[in-house]
Design a protein around this ligand. Structure first.
Ligand code: URA
Length: 433
């Protein structure tokens, strides 16, 4: 087999055989194919695409390029959820306890935030003392005992994706549907769950800016999941504006707890219940989506979801004080308001700009290994469709430094647009596949 010939074939729009895909993935994992040839191949895929068969075979070859999680010591049908990345998306912190409270096991391996999108592991690490590293035995034992555990994805899982993603990140080849679909699904397959709910974000703050493209990504991931024998539900959801009101790690933990208390923002509650309900169906806990949605709501309103969250946090060493308004989460030193300059209606609250503002404050990392500040972030007081008077507070910035505050302020101010005419907010849950 010859890598130059494989690149040539893809460049010319021809199909790769299974043997060629497996050869390529092996070469990516063991380092025998150099970065420049991998980059050339990724660019050929960017322009020529891959068909369904090639995409599924790439995902499977990558999934089995390293360790594969064996969840068989856990009793019951294991379910998982994944978001393609958004701003203010803390649904995992709400959904896991709800699903676990129903008795469906969730063995969650999550990633850290990169670029303007947040990561679940960073959010959990904003809780003082919370441990995201566990041995395999501890992880299995905790899921059997508590029905939920959240750990950072092991470095031994899917080495081919780790290397390929790092190369794509610096060669302008991230935005390719077959490459994104195979990257995400390889990790989900290697993580071992039988049922997977995928939240594909659509809009300015998402990888997929328009619905057509998001639909294509969703279908590609469904095909891969099925060919790996997994049950998959894909939900397309809006990411033109951030989800909820809080953006930034400790602030998002607070909002997730508020939501589990039944006092969270309506959009976050709606999406969390919706995703949890699909997971309950996949876990064979409920026979229909309507029953599952009622059950998820009941688990939230009765406080069983919150109790499960408290148990999960305690199990993993986290220390929170639920009697305090801030739950004992770390706080930033400075606050700065963004004020509306005119009267009207919020027509835009650009999720990408809000995410960039949070990054400028120090809530995210530009590259792997950068340190983040858990305390900084943004509280949004107005969202799309809201009426505002000149002088109203649109948002509050939480910062720890003058320069970062100034940079975050400029970006956040630009995220808002106010028009004279009333504006209707788009649908949060766009489609379920
Ligand atoms: N998330 C991933 O894990 N991979 C991609 O390619 C894009 C988003």
């Amino acid at each position: 087999m010859n890598i130059q010939r494989i690149i040539e074939k893809k460049r010319d729009g021809l199909e790769m055989s299974r043997a060629e895909i497996e050869y390529l993935v092996k070469g990516i994992s063991d380092g025998s194919i150099p970065d420049y040839q991998i980059a050339a191949w990724a660019m050929a895929v960017y322009f020529q695409g891959m068909n369904e068969r090639e995409t599924a075979e790439l995902a499977l070859a990558m999934a089995y390029s390293g360790e594969v999680m064996d969840l068989s010591p856990i009793a019951g049908i294991k379910v998982d959820k994944h978001s393609t990345g958004g701003v203010g998306d803390k649904t995992t912190m709400v959904v896991i306890p709800l699903v676990a409270a129903a008795g469906v096991p969730v063995a969650k391996m999550s990633g850290r935030g990169l670029s303007h999108t947040g990561g679940t592991i960073d959010k959990f690490e904003a809780i003082p003392g919370f441990q995201v590293e566990r041995t395999y035995q501890e992880f299995m034992a905790q899921v059997n005992r508590v029905k939920a555990a959240v750990i950072a994805q092991s470095g031994h899982l899917v080495p081919a994706d780790k290397r390929l993603y790092a190369i794509r990140d610096v060669t302008a080849t991230v935005e390719s549907i077959p490459l994104i679909a195979s990257s995400i699904m390889s990790k989900k397959i290697a993580s071992g769950a039988q049922g997977i709910v995928l939240d594909v974000k659509v809009g300015s703050g998402a990888f997929m800016k328009d619905r057509m493209e998001a639909g294509k990504l969703a279908r590609a991931m469904l095909t891969i999941g099925r060919s790996a024998g997994r049950e998959i539900i894909v939900v397309l959801t809006d990411m033109n504006q951030p989800l909820g009101k809080m953006v930034g790690n400790a602030l998002e933990v607070k909002e997730a707890i508020d939501t589990l208390k039944g006092k969270g923002p309506a959009d976050l509650e709606e999406l969390s219940l919706h995703l949890a309900a699909h997971m309950l169906v996949l876990g064979k806990n409920c026979t229909s989506f309507a029953i599952a949605l009622e059950k998820a709501r009941e688990l939230l309103l009765s406080g069983q979801g919150l109790a499960k969250f408290q148990e999960l946090v305690q199990e993993q060493g986290g220390r929170l004080d639920y009697s305090r308004a801030d739950y004992g989460l770390p706080q930033a030193n400075w606050r700065e308001k963004i004020i509306a300059e005119k009267t009207g209606y919020i027509s835009q609250l650009d999720a990408l700009e809000v995410g960039r503002a949070a990054m400028a404050l120090g809530a995210g990392r530009g590259k792997i290994g950068d340190l983040i500040d858990y305390t900084v972030g943004i509280k949004l007081l107005k969202k799309i469709g809201d009426r505002v008077e000149a002088g109203d507070c649109l948002a509050v910035i939480y910062a720890n430094g003058k320069k970062s505050l100034l940079n975050g302020y400029k970006l956040l101010k630009n995220a808002f647009k106010i028009t004279d005419e009333p504006v209707k907010c788009g649908e949060l849950i766009i489609e379920v596949l």
